[in-house]
Structures are given as structure tokens and as C-alpha cells.
Unconditional design. Structure first.
Ligand SMILES: Nc1ncnc2c1ncn2[C@@H]1O[C@H](COP(=O)(O)OP(=O)(O)O)[C@@H](O)[C@H]1O
Ligand SMILES: [Mg+2]
Length: 389
């Protein structure tokens, strides 16, 4: 072989070798870069999942805290930041100690107990934080091979208040039912034992039974109205309606009861005055107001239903010559179950005005109490929108 050929061959072999090495290197680089793109993709996927979880946790109303074995808060959601007025940190981060953030040793004890307990079962506790009651669920979780505690705090104050109101209501109703039922029982016993044939006592006792039954009817109606309102089944259908007709009907409904107590009811409304209202519901408001007025007005008294036009609104007022409502009670009487000190002796559930307020506000109107005249008496006023024809 000629030296030139050898040289050429050597050169060729050299070039080939260089190409081969470069080719292998390129292959490895390509593999590395493919691996890198895969890792970048995975990272993006993880980032997306973190963002999704973070936005979900932001809208959760419960307070969420993740605490490590040194009692440091490593994750907290927006509800936790609001409750403990925390600085917002990104996750993952090693935060301050649970005690520094919450200043609540019971929570710290819960974390300690959960860490000591080997079981992964969640345990429920109840604590009071800033005057509100929270149900705490604590569960031991393992993250990165290390034990942590996940805490979920739910504000149950409102639930507790509702439960209490319901219990009060049952106690209240049972008590209120017992009084008229006992007197009806006594009255019927007396009638059966001979008073029925007594021309003087017979009708009197019967009348007393009628009064007790009327009270039971009013109470049943108020309870039914309240349960309808609370379950959202009361629909207020506004139609143009003549106010005088509604007032006439309500006054007519109570004329007998009032006469029996020697109380006069005067109800005047300008004819053709139209309001935008639900006639049945407004009738209910007037019923509750007139029922109270009769109850609180002593014999010989006067109840007056009056109407005044104030721009786009009609103001309806029921005034009486009873003892009136003390100024400090005038707002509270519209609360459910609220009964004035003086009223506690007599019958009632404390629901009538709460129902009236609900209905009036459903019409967009307002309801309030004032003194009827300088000499006293109560006046309850409410507004309704006029119907422009
Ligand atoms: N016309 C009135 N005169 C005096 N007090 C009244 C009158 N109307 C309402 N009140 C006071 O408002 C309270 C709440 O009224 P209401 O909700 O109808 O409950 P109830 O009649 O069952 O006691 C009454 O207990 C009473 O103290
Ligand atoms: Mg009442």
C-alpha cells in the first residue's frame, strides 16, 4: 500500500472515529435532553396540581393546619390566615410554632396527643377560640417519612345556637300549651260535674273555654307561619290590592273577641288606596298586631288602625290604649321568642312580631314600635309600597 493511501486511510479512520464519538455524545445529549424535557413536563404537572389544590383549599371554609413533629406549622389555608391573622406564606415552608400562631395551648395539646397516639384514626375535639366554638378534627399523617398532624377546625357556633333555639322553642311551646289545656280540662270537668245545667255559670264557663281555644288557635297559626317562613316556603306574591279591604277583614275577624273584652276597634282606610302587597300575608301581619293590641289593652280601651300616605309608601299603624312598650324593648320585641317582662305573666309565644317583621321586610317595608300618645299606649307601624296604577 502506498504511503499516501495509508495516510488517507488513517485520516479516514480518524474522521470516522471522531464522527463516531460525536455521534455517541450527541445520542447521550439527546437522551439527557429528552430526560430533562420529561422532568420539566412532570414539574409542570406537579405545579398545576399544587395550584389546583391551593385554589380548592382557598375556598374551604374550615381552617386547615398541617403541623410537623416539632409543632411547627408547615401549611395553613386562607381561613387559618384570617382566623389567626397570620402572615401568608407559600407552601411548602417551615413556619412558626403552633403556639406562637394560635396562642392556644389546647390546640398544642391536641397535636401532642395525636403525635403520641400511633393510630392514623382521626380524633374529634371541641374548643373555644375567640369566643366561638370550633369542632377540631386531628389526624396523624406521614409526610416524607415523618409524622405530621393535620388539623381541621370547623366553626359550629351557629349550629349550636340553632340547636339551643330549637330546644328553647320546644320547652316554650310545651309550657305555653300546658296552661290553656289545663284550664280547658278544669272548665270541662266543672261543666260535667253539673255546671252545664246551671243557666248562670254554664254559659260563662263555656265562654272561658272559647277564649282558651282562641289562644291555642293563634299559637298554632304562629307556629305554622314560623315553620313556613323558616323553611323558605312562604312566597310573597305582590299584587295591586285595595288596603281598605284587608283592614276591614282583619278588624272583622277580631270584632267579637274585642267586644267580649269591652275593647273598641276602629279601622279606617281611605277607599281606593292601592298597595303592592300579598293580601294574605298583610292580613297575617294585621292579625298579629290586633291580637297583641287586644291582649294588652284593658277593658274600656280603644284600638285604632290608621293609614297615612308617605310618598311611594303607605304607613299602616295599629295603636292602643294599653300600657305601651318600654323604650328599651322597642327593638327587641321583633326578635323570635322575645316577650316583654310584663307580657310574661300572660299567654304568648313571642313569635307574632317576628313573623310580622319578616313579612313586612319581604314587601320591602319597615316595621317599628313607638308610643301611641303622650299618655302612653303602644303603636306598631309598618310600611307597604303603593301600587301606581
Ligand atoms: N300592643 C302591645 N302593647 C304592649 N306590649 C306589646 C304590644 N305588642 C307587643 N308587645 C310586646 O312585644 C312582645 C312580643 O310580641 P309578640 O311577638 O307578638 O309575642 P307575644 O304576643 O306572644 O308575647 C310582647 O311579649 C310584649 O312584651
Ligand atoms: Mg303576639
Amino acid at each position: 500500500m502506498q504511503p499516501l493511501t495509508v495516510l488517507l486511510l488513517l485520516a479516514l479512520a480518524g474522521v470516522f472515529l471522531a464522527w463516531y464519538v460525536t455521534y455517541r455524545r450527541l445520542g447521550a445529549t439527546r437522551q439527557q435532553s429528552a430526560g430533562l424535557s420529561r422532568q420539566i413536563e412532570e414539574c409542570r404537572g406537579l405545579q398545576k396540581r399544587i395550584e389546583t389544590l391551593q385554589s380548592l383549599l382557598k375556598v374551604v371554609h374550615s381552617v386547615l393546619l398541617l403541623v410537623d413533629e416539632d409543632h411547627h406549622v408547615v401549611y395553613s389555608n386562607a381561613a387559618a390566615h384570617r382566623l389567626f391573622e397570620m402572615e401568608v406564606r407559600d407552601i411548602p415552608s417551615t413556619g412558626d410554632s403552633l403556639m406562637a400562631i394560635t396562642r392556644h395551648h389546647e390546640l398544642d395539646d391536641i397535636v401532642r396527643l395525636t403525635l403520641e397516639n400511633e393510630s392514623d384514626e382521626g380524633v374529634g375535639y371541641q374548643i373555644v377560640l375567640q369566643g366561638r366554638t370550633y369542632r377540631v378534627q386531628a389526624r396523624r399523617v406521614t409526610i416524607g417519612g415523618k409524622p405530621h398532624v393535620a388539623l381541621v377546625l370547623e366553626d359550629i357556633s351557629e349550629l349550636q345556637r340553632l340547636g339551643r333555639a330549637r330546644r328553647d322553642m320546644v320547652a316554650n311551646i310545651s309550657h305555653e300549651l300546658r296552661t290553656p289545656i289545663t284550664s280547658i280540662r278544669l272548665l270541662t270537668d266543672t261543666l260535667q260535674r253539673g255546671a252545664l245545667s246551671d243557666p248562670r255559670r254554664g254559659p260563662k264557663l263555656l265562654q272561658k273555654i272559647v277564649t282558651e281555644v282562641e289562644f291555642l288557635e293563634q299559637m298554632a297559626q304562629e307556629l305554622l307561619d314560623l315553620s313556613m317562613i323558616e323553611s323558605g316556603r312562604v312566597e310573597i306574591r305582590l299584587v295591586p290590592v285595595e288596603l281598605a279591604g284587608i283592614i276591614r277583614e282583619a278588624v272583622g275577624h277580631f270584632s267579637e273577641q274585642a267586644a267580649r273584652k269591652d275593647v273598641t276597634i276602629e279601622g279606617l282606610a281611605p277607599p281606593h288606596l292601592m298597595v303592592l302587597a300579598d293580601p294574605d300575608q298583610v292580613g297575617r301581619v294585621l292579625n298579629n298586631l290586633l291580637h297583641n293590641a287586644i291582649k294588652f289593652t284593658p277593658p274600656g280601651g280603644i284600638i285604632e288602625v290608621s293609614v297615612a300616605l308617605e310618598g311611594e309608601w303607605v304607613c299602616v299603624a295599629v295603636s292602643d290604649t294599653g300600657p305601651g312598650i318600654p323604650e328599651e324593648e322597642r327593638e327587641r320585641i321583633f326578635e323570635r321568642f322575645y316577650r316583654g317582662d310584663r307580657a310574661r305573666q300572660g299567654s304568648g309565644t313571642g313569635l307574632g312580631l317576628a313573623i310580622a317583621k319578616h313579612i313586612v321586610e319581604g314587601h320591602g317595608g319597615k316595621i317599628w314600635a313607638e308610643q301611641a300618645s303622650p299618655s302612653g299606649g303602644a303603636r306598631i307601624c309598618f310600611t307597604l309600597p303603593t301600587a301606581s296604577l
